[in-house]
Write a protein that binds this ligand. Structure first.
Ligand code: PEP
Ligand code: MG
Length: 877
């Protein structure tokens, strides 16, 4: 029979699938002998079954009762007992951490009788009634969806009636009245009395946590974080300990290293006389963890020693939630902590230095996505005005946008916005996703806003206490700003500025550019070390897509070992457009040859620059791809110009000729029309001119003592016969240019037919490069220029895919064609070189796939080169 419940002493940290992250880690801490309140975990499997059938799995409640008795025996107390009640907390805990996403209910087991027992035992009547009113509130909201405001309104009434400003000032009698008011709210909303049976409370709470898995905000979070929707959550049931029992009690959150910078030390927040949720919700301002030393030196020392043990056990940064009850420390949670991208690099390098992990493991602790975030710009401090105020630097980055207080999703559609709140809660998630950055006036580094923003890599300044958030305005030190006003926030320094502050390039980019050295900078030193190791272990090379000498030079500084794609059509733009026009309008062979002859020296000069920048490394030059009419003015514009001229009785002249050419060349589906190899086969001399320019440029570089390594690539091939025809012509041209080095000829694979007939095509190609932009377009039949804005939103909602196939390779579709082409191509030509040059070449998830598919290199934009290098290394450890 399936077992649904595990005592904390039975599990361990590797059972996250079954017990969820929180449950597995509570079990691990229990096994380590740390002070964890006794309890048990209901498995994710029970949750899945509940969500599937709509009712509790058979046997579950009996198992819960059995484990509850074990907890009772351990503590010598009975659940909800009238004299000395055992109370329970019920918390969700999925395999992947979803901060603040799901439900927690505390103080389960209190009722009209046990509340008096708790009051007597704790000798604190106020505490007992406060716990009871919290239970009714949390239980009502979570289990029966009673609107939270209804409780808040009663609480405000109670404060007004008592003439006090904070909840903490309500006395026991006033809280007892509040309990009665809450019960009425509960009854009015649910049509039933607040359940007095502790067991009924417990079972209802477990069901509510199960259902919370499917709450809208949880679904949105999972979609964003790409967490599967069908995992379900475990439920952790634990004996309550109380941080709100007076000055010798409190609750806190701690990190074993600074999650923002990675620095070693003691980081965290502590709140005296409070329950755990008060810290995480950021409702009251906390003190730094170091201040706990003065308040309770014994607990502080014990906490530090536990933190050290946890780091050793997990071999990583841990974050911890703890409670102190009357001077006794209890561990409520630990997990490998979230961290900023900078901290991820710094900590990985530190752990290597400390001998805790190997360099290979260190590579697994960082990601290309994190490196990409470190390459974002930051504010140019020298051009910044005086800050309005400084808050807590909660999640790094520089964000500029219009202030919104609410509904950031809608406002973000018209431009970048900064979400400004007193504090955030899980309902703000869609707004946080939509905003460029988040500013709050309350809460520390562990508040909801901070934790969620860090997880999303979004800029966040929190706890800016001088910011007073009113109705659609914020005021700070005499300045008032309204919704729509521009504000700039710096999540690295915590500074907040009115207006728009200019941004400057990232330190990491300046390091890659060679403008900064890593010496003395922990972040740059960590990046350098991990990049060196990534390059050392990678078998997948990284080339760059570069069309100019300047781009190629930057790519080389960023570590590219070649140019994987030079799109030559980019060399036909600007002033050169007229030359292309002449080619198109040529009435006979002589005019056409003249136009081509004019283009030749320009192309040659471009290539020379490129070969110089990439001297000694391969430069793959793709022959012209797009339809020629893309170089002519649009049909509507020309038609209007010609009509205007004719209306004035003038001769439209050149425009007239252009118009008829545009009409002649008009295509209903240009992406599927006369482009790529088709164009080369139809316009005599065009490809030959480009091949000649490449050969002459290479010969000139050789003559100048250089080491050019050009390769010629033919786009959009679908049949080997196309490639053979181009190849024959190119070989003739190459043979006619003295002094050129050997030049390999290959093809792009970007039409499904080319992938399927790769065996034949390899007969005429020395290399393949997958054009995954077109390959994706043609595999799905999606126009790459239209569909993303047209309907992908709906497709994400429907779960057709979780990420655009133009961003991350669709492994089952376009990816399968890649695998087929690699296999068939290499079978026909074992030394075939295979790369990819579509956008996917710089996408971390896709890089891993290309490594697995056995490619030789990926090629991506120069700025993505470091990301791809890191991922190529990670893919091979
Ligand atoms: C591709 O299709 O993936 C490619 C690299 O070519 P382009 O983007 O220029 O069509
Ligand atoms: Mg293409």
């Amino acid at each position: 029979m399936t077992r649904y419940v595990y005592d904390f002493v039975e599990g361990n940290k590797d059972l996250k699938d079954l017990l969820g992250g929180k449950g597995a880690n509570l079990a691990e801490m229990t096994r380590m002998g740390l002070p964890v309140p006794p309890g048990f975990t209901v498995t994710t499997e029970a949750c899945r079954e509940y969500l599937h059938t709509g009712s509790m799995p058979s046997g579950l409640l009996g198992e819960v009762e059995h484990h509850l008795r074990m907890v009772e025996n351990q503590l010598g107390k009975a659940f909800g007992d009238g004299e000395d009640p055992l109370l329970l907390s019920v918390r969700s805990g999925a395999k992947f951490s979803m901060p603040g996403m799901m439900e927690t209910i505390l103080d389960i087991g209190l009722n009209d009788v046990s509340v008096t027992g708790l009051a007597r035992r704790s000798e604190n009547e106020r505490f007992a009634w406060d716990s009871y009113r919290r239970l009714i509130q949390m239980f009502g909201k979570t289990v029966f969806d009673v609107p939270g405001e209804e409780f808040e309104t009663e609480l405000a009434h109670a404060r007004d009636a008592a003439g006090v400003r904070s909840d903490a000032e309500l006395d026991a009698g006033q809280l007892q009245d509040l309990v009665n008011a809450y019960k009425k709210v509960f009854h009015a909303a649910t049509g039933r009395d607040f359940p007095q049976s502790p067991h009924e409370q417990l079972f209802l709470a477990i069901g509510a946590v199960f259902r919370s898995w499917n709450a809208e905000r949880a679904r949105i979070y999972r979609r964003k974080e790409r967490i599967p929707q069908d995992l379900g959550t475990a439920v952790n049931v634990m004996a309550m300990v109380f941080g709100n029992r007076g000055a010798r009690s409190g609750t806190g959150v701690a990190f074993t290293r600074d999650p923002a910078t990675g620095r070693r030390g003691v980081y965290g927040d502590y709140l005296q006389n409070a329950q755990g949720e008060d810290v995480v919700a950021g409702i009251r301002n906390t003190v730094g963890l170091a201040d706990l030393e003065a308040l309770d030196p014994g607990s502080y020392r014990e906490l530090l020693s536990i933190m050290q043990r946890l780091e050793q056990r997990y071999r990583d940064l841990c974050d911890i939630e703890f409670t102190i009850e009357n001077g006794k420390l209890w561990m409520l949670q630990t997990r490998v902590g979230k961290r900023t991208p900078a901290a991820a690099f710094v900590i990985a390098a530190q752990l290597v230095d400390e001998g805790t992990i190997t360099l290979d493991e260190a590579l697994q602790r960082v990601s290309g996505e994190q490196l990409a975030q470190l390459m974002f710009p930051s504010f140019d401090e020298s051009a910044a005005p005086e800050p309005l105020t400084t808050g807590v630097a909660a999640s790094p980055g520089a964000a500029v946008g219009a202030i919104v207080f609410d509904n950031a999703e809608a406002a973000a559609a018209t431009g970048p916005v900064i979400l400004v709140r007193r504090e955030t809660n899980p309902d703000d998630l869609p707004g946080m996703i939509a905003a460029q950055g988040i500013l709050t006036s309350r809460g520390g580094k562990t508040s909801h806003a901070a934790v969620v923003a860090r997880g999303m890599g979004k800029t966040c300044v929190c706890g800016a206490e001088e910011v007073l958030v009113g109705d659609n305005t914020l005021s700070v030190n005499g300045t008032t700003l309204r919704a729509g006003d521009i504000i700039s926030i710096d999540g690295t320094t915590g500074r907040v500025y009115a207006g728009s502050v200019p941004v400057s390039p990232s330190k990491v980019v300046r390091y890659f550019e060679g403008e900064l050295t890593a010496h003395g900078d922990p972040l740059l030193a960590a990046v350098e070390r991990l990049m060196i190791h990534a390059d050392h272990v990678a078998t997948l090379g990284v080339h760059a897509n570069a069309d100019t000498g300047a781009d190629a030079a930057r790519a080389r500084r960023f570590g590219a070992t070649g140019v994987g794609l030079c799109r030559t059509e980019h060399m036909f733009l600007g002033d050169r457009r007229v030359l292309v026009e002449r080619l198109i309008l040529a009435g006979n062979a002589a005019e056409r040859d003249e136009a081509l002859a004019a283009l030749l020296p320009l192309q040659r000069a471009d290539f020379e620059e490129l070969f110089a920048a990439m001297d000694g490394l391969p430069v793959t030059i793709r022959l012209i791809d797009p339809p020629l009419h893309e170089f002519l003015p649009p049909l509507e514009e020309l038609t209007a110009r010609v009509a205007r001229a004719e209306a004035l009785g003038k001769d439209p002249g050149h425009d007239g000729a252009l118009l008829s050419a545009v009409r002649r060349m008009h295509e209903a589906n240009p992406m599927l029309g006369l482009r790529g190899v088709r164009l080369g086969l139809v316009i005599p001399g065009l490809f030959a001119m480009q091949v000649r320019a490449i050969a002459q440029a290479a010969a000139a570089r050789v003559a100048a003592g250089g080491d050019p390594r050009p390769e010629i690539m033919v786009p959009l091939v679908g049949a080997v016969q196309e490639l053979e025809a181009v190849r024959a012509e190119a070989e003739t041209v190459l043979a006619s240019v003295p002094g050129a080095p050997p030049i390999r000829i290959g093809t792009m694979i970007e039409v499904p037919r080319a992938a399927l007939t790769a065996g034949q095509i390899a007969g005429a190609a020395e290399f393949f490069s997958f054009g995954t932009n077109d390959l994706t377009q043609m595999t799905w039949g999606f126009s790459r220029d239209d569909v993303e804005s047209a309907f992908f939103g709906r497709y994400f909602d429907l779960g057709v895919f979780g990420v655009s196939p133009f961003e991350t390779i669709d492994i089952e579709g376009a990816g399968e064609l890649v695998r087929i082409a690699v296999t068939r191509g290499r079978a026909a030509r074992p030394d075939l070189t295979v790369g990819v040059c579509g956008e996917h070449g710089g996408d971390p998830a896709s890089v891993r796939f290309f490594h697995d598919a056995g490619l030789d290199y990926v090629s991506c934009s120069p700025f993505r080169v470091p990301v791809a290098r890191l991922e190529a290394g990670r893919a091979n450890v």
